[in-house]
Design a protein around this ligand. Structure first.
Ligand code: ADP
Ligand code: MG
Length: 725
């Protein structure tokens, strides 16, 4: 009985099997059937030959116009020159010592030709291409014509394995295939009107029309989506099975006092998410939740309220930031928001008060020892630090909650490491302002429950964004003029540069800026160059200082502090200001060489202004020309403030791989068809089905075929994705 594990050798013979194995790494029936056509030619519809690119390996359908044989000078062989056409454009084919082909390639004959496009005397041609005639009557195969249908599948081919050889192998395999055990349960297939696995393979390999291709592919995409979601659902379940301490607010405790003193009403979203979180940390099962929300949507308050519940219940809560600057700022703003409630141990403090303790890698040994002591002994209820905090010797008295801020690449592995920190696994809240399309979130953070804050607190002004072309000098002048005007009315500004500059590695530079630099062939603006230019030129007389990742942490913190207190007018900085920095009095941001940043990143950056009630300005300065993709990206950022829309644009423009990171490279084998943007609906449905399946049968004992597919996916390199995130 032929099934997916049958070796190709036993079906196709040693020679062909070796070609498939060496050329395309296809070993068993399942490999071959999963090697899907890249596209389909309408039978008789000629390929547009104008598009051929020299160096590409192509398969074209074309009609023979003329063929002439000539002897080759200086040797005994012969050369056959054939001109084929798509009706408009000609293409030359040259065959050496294949004069017998002249019989087949008569004028008017249509055939498939495959080979690598080269150039001869300025004309594109194929040399010794493989040929497959399409007329059924000349197809000598005893089992009937190879391409009986109107659609001719074109496979990703290898040099020695032309597309039609693959088609022939697939046909042999399909003809002898028994019924396959289907990984998708029958009721699921019925609910979503999906073909069986065997049907799906027939539909994609031997379709009679495009509709069949689509339903075949949809079914196979479901396999991928379901396996992924089952793996994630099982992870969620594992977390559910862990036991932890339930934390509930004391009536009339810290949370109550904090809420009573809050200077603004919570938004409906903040209240709702707050209630969800309170419910979850009030259970003896670790919370495992992602909170997504635009910059300025007020995530910190939500996090702080959750942290206060834990302190109320006698535990400790940690807030982790990606950089020391942000950690220091969080510490400041938590103390500010808490006021007297953060002054435990000080004279006249509220009796319910706790203490906010900052731990960073760069603090002095003595200060650090003291901080660690109050954490270990439990009098520090709220602890703020960088992610490094969890890698060292910090001992907690009773760690109840970990909040991870602004870390959209925070992988499953790190999350697991975090959970291992407490005596019992703490509750976990991951926050991100990077707008990730929901389906990406469901995949990358598929083991987390997701909450969103969609509305901005009232009174927040929208940021007006403009693209400023470097070529227009007067525009640039007005741009610096805008900063001077705002500073004159007591406001502050940021000037963001893609690079730090000077000597040494640019640790704030991200791949995007590097890559763009290669493309533009021109170095991007650096903090170290721009600062003196502005101080001596456009911004002379203003208090201008710089901030970047190479400054000592203490200096960075001091600078940030003074900027927050209004003692600096303009901060020239790298993307260290990208996340979380909160200075409501800052109203203008100039981004130099803005084309060096990604769409989502620019959106993040401009979230730093317009955080108060005064309108914000974001000026995107660029040397790129109008009507280039770079210009269009900036135009898109200027045109909308909708982060979700920009995230989609980002994802559509970049490879999904950039977004998924390791997920993509590792998961390529198992995620062949699934596209996160296009297949949103399908991914949602698969998540629902996966949850249902795993709830009813966690080990998938009743679904052995699905279980095998899952195990294979987990064994695969994609395991790297699920483990590392
Ligand atoms: P983000 O989601 O970007 O982390 P923050 O938590 O830093 O946002 O909040 C941005 C600003 O909005 C802070 O100054 C915060 O005090 C303020 N804020 C938060 N919630 C509200 C609210 N409901 N009403 C008014 N201002 C709020
Ligand atoms: Mg924040």
């Amino acid at each position: 009985m032929v099934d997916l594990d049958t070796s190709l050798k036993s079906l196709l013979g040693q020679r062909t099997a070796t070609l498939l194995a060496e050329g395309l790494e296809l070993h068993v029936v399942g490999d071959l059937l999963a090697h899907l056509p890249r596209r389909y030619h309408e039978r008789g519809e000629l390929t547009d030959l104008a598009d051929l690119v020299v160096g590409d390996t192509v398969t074209v359908q074309a009609r023979v116009e003329k063929a002439e044989r000539r002897p080759m000078r200086g040797s005994r062989g012969s050369m056959l020159r054939v001109t084929v056409t798509d009706g408009t454009h000609p293409l030359a084919l040259t065959f050496f010592n294949q004069s017998w082909r002249e019989r087949d390639l008569r004028p008017g004959t249509t055939a498939l030709f495959a080979g690598k496009v080269d150039e001869y005397r300025g004309r594109r041609q194929l040399t010794n291409p493989e040929v497959q005639l399409l007329e059924p009557e000349v197809d000598s195969d005893v089992t009937g014509p190879l391409f009986a249908n109107a659609l001719v599948p074109i496979y990703p081919a290898a040099a020695k394995v032309p597309s039609w050889t693959l088609a022939r192998c697939v046909r042999l395999v399909l003809d002898s295939l028994g019924s396959l055990e289907d990984p998708l349960p029958e009721d699921l297939r019925r609910r979503h009107r999906l073909a069986t696995l065997a049907e799906a393979y027939r539909l994609v390999h031997q379709p009679t029309d495009r509709g069949q291709v689509a339903s075949g592919r949809r079914r196979l995409t479901w396999d991928e989506a379901l396996v992924l979601q089952v793996a994630l659902a099982r992870r969620r379940r594992e977390v559910e099975a862990l036991a932890t301490t339930a934390r509930n607010a004391r009536p009339d405790g810290l949370l109550t006092a904090f809420d009573a003193a809050l200077p603004f009403p919570l938004t409906a979203g903040q209240r709702e998410v707050g209630a969800t979180i309170a419910g979850e940390i009030g259970r003896p099962v670790p919370m495992h939740r992602l909170l997504q929300g635009e910059v300025g949507s007020g995530k910190t308050v939500v996090a702080l309220r959750a942290m206060l519940i834990v302190v109320d219940a006698g535990g400790q809560a940690v807030l982790l930031a990606p950089t020391e600057t942000l950690a220091a700022q969080h510490c400041r703003s938590l103390r500010e928001m808490l006021g007297d409630l953060a002054r435990d141990g000080e004279l006249g403090a509220d009796e319910r008060a706790t203490r906010v303790t900052l731990v960073t890698g760069s603090m002095g040994a003595r200060a650090r020892r003291e901080a660690l002591a109050v954490i270990a002994e439990g009098s520090a209820g709220l602890i703020v630090g960088t992610h490094a905090l969890l890698h060292d010797e910090v001992v907690f008295a009773d760690l109840g909650l970990i909040v991870v801020d602004e870390q959209h690449r925070f992988g499953v592995e790190q999350r697991d490491a975090l959970r291992a920190r407490g005596r019992r696994p703490p509750h976990l809240l991951v926050m991100t302002a990077t707008p990730i399309p929901r389906t990406v979130a469901m995949t990358v953070f598929g083991d987390l429950e997701i909450s969103e804050l969609t509305e901005l607190p009232r009174g927040r002004s929208p940021v007006a964004t403009f693209v400023v072309p470097a070529a227009m000098r007067s525009w640039a002048d007005r741009m610096w003029g805008r900063i001077r005007d705002e500073v004159a009315t007591g406001r502050q500004a940021y000037v963001v540069c893609p690079r730090i500059g000077g000597d040494g590695a640019d640790d704030d530079t991200d791949a995007m800026a590097d890559e763009a630099q290669g493309r533009a062939g021109r170095p991007a603006a650096t903090v170290t160059d721009v600062l003196p230019q502005l101080v001596d030129g456009e911004l002379a007389g203003l208090r201008v200082e710089c901030l970047h990742g190479r400054l000592p942490a203490a200096q960075r913190e001091a600078t940030m502090n003074r900027f927050a207190q209004g003692q600096i007018d303009v901060l020239v900085a790298t993307t260290v200001v990208e996340v979380g920095v909160n200075v409501p009095n800052a109203t203008v941001m100039v981004v130099l060489d803005a084309d060096r940043f990604g769409v989502s990143q620019l959106h993040q950056l401009r979230g730093r202004v317009g955080r108060g009630t005064a309108p914000g300005w974001c000026l995107l300065h660029t040397a790129s020309d109008q009507a280039t993709p770079a210009w269009d990206r900036l135009g898109a950022v200027a045109a909308t403030n909708d982060g979700a829309e920009l995230a989609r644009l980002d994802l559509a423009q970049r490879h999904e791989g950039d977004v998924l990171g390791a997920a993509q490279s590792g998961g390529r084998r198992s995620l062949k068809l699934l596209a996160l943007l296009r297949d949103e609906k399908l991914i949602r449905e698969a998540r629902v089905e996966a949850t249902r399946l795993v709830d009813a049968d966690p080990e998938l004992e009743r679904h052995p075929a699905l279980r095998r597919l899952l195990d294979a996916a987990l064994d695969d390199a994609s395991a790297a994705f699920l483990e590392k995130g």
